[in-house]
Design a protein around this ligand. Sequence first.
Ligand SMILES: NC(=O)c1ccc[n+]([C@@H]2O[C@H](COP(=O)([O-])OP(=O)(O)OC[C@H]3O[C@@H](n4cnc5c(N)ncnc54)[C@H](OP(=O)(O)O)[C@@H]3O)[C@@H](O)[C@H]2O)c1
Length: 222
Amino acid sequence: MPQKRVGVIGSGPVGQKLASAFSSLGYETEIGSRNPEKLKDFIAQSGGRITAGTFDQTAAFGDILVLATHGEATESAIDLANPKNFAQKVVIDASNPLDFSKGMPPGIPAKYSMKSLGEHVQEKLGDAKVVKCFNTVPNEIMFRPKFEETSMLICGNDSVAKKEITRILKEFGWAGSIDIGGIDNAKWLEALVPLWVRGALATGNFSSMFKFVQTEAQSTRR
Ligand SMILES: NC(=O)c1ccc[n+]([C@@H]2O[C@H](COP(=O)([O-])OP(=O)(O)OC[C@H]3O[C@@H](n4cnc5c(N)ncnc54)[C@H](OP(=O)(O)O)[C@@H]3O)[C@@H](O)[C@H]2O)c1
């Protein structure tokens, strides 16, 4: 089966980390920005293997799409990317709505404390298969994590899409996924992030994540 093409919408540390990861695994990869010109150096560093486009071009390019945009700007980024480009595609939503209006540590903006960003994204994208994934871990460890036997917490409505994401997670070096259910559970994954920042501040270690620890080996992990 030929590798699928990946469109990463978002040019920050997460977008660049995930685009590099997919590209290194042999996926044809495009990274999107409102201003693709600014990615010149990043594209050059990839040896030209990764291309850069607008959000719209990148969303049209990918068979699998990644949302790696600023949390509160994610819905307008989708508008710029054109929701039609997402139809029926698997969409990895790595974004987090964070409220820094009171400084560190962040909270969750009022709009997204009632209904999560993941649910807003799924609603906006209709028949796209949104899977919340990668949002609970820092970008430095998204690819080839240095933890032993660690699984990623994910959620989403489509079980086939979640299987595909789990396969990708294993390619990335994760043990697998822990599927916490439908996209209505995205609020719990998003809520982990302000908690994680508090834990990271308390321990002084931002290269950290939550691990679901079990007492016995009867794991239901995929
Ligand atoms: N940093 C991490 O380690 C980490 C880990 C897990 C999850 N996350 C989440 O992943 C997402 C990306 O984080 P990040 O740290 O890579 O960078 P970020 O600064 O949160 O987001 C950068 C991206 O957001 C886009 N953006 C910003 N304002 C916009 C607007 N008004 N309209 C449309 N697009 C806009 C930027 O577009 P341009 O390309 O045009 O500048 C850029 O592509 C965030 O939601 C974050 O919470 C971050």
